[in-house]
Ligand binder design. Sequence first.
Ligand code: DAH
Length: 350
Amino acid sequence: MDEADRAFAGALEACADLDTLLRLKGAYVGREGSHAARMMDLLKAAPKEQKRELGAAVNAFKQRWEEGLKARQADLEAAKKAVGASSWDATLPPPMPARGALHPLNRLMDRLVDVFRPLGFHVEEGPEVETEEHNFDGLNIPADHPARGSADTFYLAAHPGRLLRTHTSPVQVQTLKRYGKDGARLLNEKGGIRFLAPGRVYRKDEIDPTHSPMFHQVEGMLVGHGIGMQHLKGTLEYALRALFGPHTEIRLRPSYFPFVEPGCEVDVSCPLCAAKGCRVCKGSGWVEILGAGLIHPNVLEFAGIDSKEWSGWAFGMGVERMAMMLSQTPDLRLFFENDQRFLEAMGGLD
Ligand code: DAH
C-alpha cells in the first residue's frame, strides 16, 4: 500500500464520529487544499507524456478514498441510530409505572364498612341476578307495585322470574332466610343479626348527569330484641358523624318504603357548608342521604322469623350520590368513564 493510502486508512480508522469524518473528507478529497487537489495541481505541472499515467493514479487514489469515506460514513450513521434508539440519560427521572388503586366508589364503600365494623357489623353479599321473590315479594312489595314493571326493572328474557336486582334490599331477604332457617336457629345462636351489604344495582334509567342504569348502594340491617327507632337514630348519628365529621346533625323525615314501618328519609346537615346553605344542599343546609325504617313484620315472617320476638331496623343509601356530594362532582358519569385524571383527583374520598 502506498504511503498516502496508509495514512488515510489510519486516519479513517481513528475517525469515531461524523464531524471528524467530514473534516477528513475535506482534507483528502475536498475541492481546495486537499491531498487530492494538490495531486491535481502536480498533475497539471507534470510533463505531457506522463500526464496520462499520473492522471489515472490520481483518480485511483481519489476513488479509493471516496469509497473508504463513504463506507465509514455508513457505519457511523448506523451506529449513531442504534445508540439513539436505546439511549437513556441517567440524569433524567425514570418513567414511573402508573400505580393501580381501588376505584373511588369502592373506597367509599370500604369506608362505610370500616365505620360499622367496630359496631359488630359484617359484610353480606348477594347475587346481582335475583329472583322476584327476593327483590320484591320478601320485601313486602305488592304485586301491583310500579317498580315491578318492565319499564323500571331489567328482567332476564331467557330466565322467567329472574331480574337484575333493583336495590341491595334483597340481601336482607337472603340473609334473614338463612338466619331464620330451622326455627331461627342461627338467629338465636348469634343473638341477632348485624350486617352491611354493599353492591351494584340496576334500573332502567336513561343515562344523564344524575342517573345511570347501574349504580351502587349500601344496605344496612340489624335484628335483635326490642329494637326501636331510637337505636336506628343513634346508630346512624354515630356512623354519619364518623363519615362527615363530629359536628354533623341528622334529621329523620317520615317516608314510605313497603319493607319498613315506620319508614323515614334521613338528612345530614350539609358537610360542605356546615349547614349555612350552599349549592350542594340547595341553600337548605340539609342533604338527603338514605332511606331507613323499622323492619316490617311481614319481611321477618317471610323469612321464617317470629316478628313478635324479633325486631330491627334497616337502611339503604346510594353510593354515587354520596360520592358526588363529598367530591362535589356534578356528573355521575365521571365515575364510570375511568379517566385516570379524574380517578387520581378523587383521592379526597378516603
Ligand atoms: N331499597 C330502597 C331504595 O332502593 C332504599 C331503602 C329504603 C332501603 C329504606 C332500606 C330501607 O333498607 O329501610 O330506594
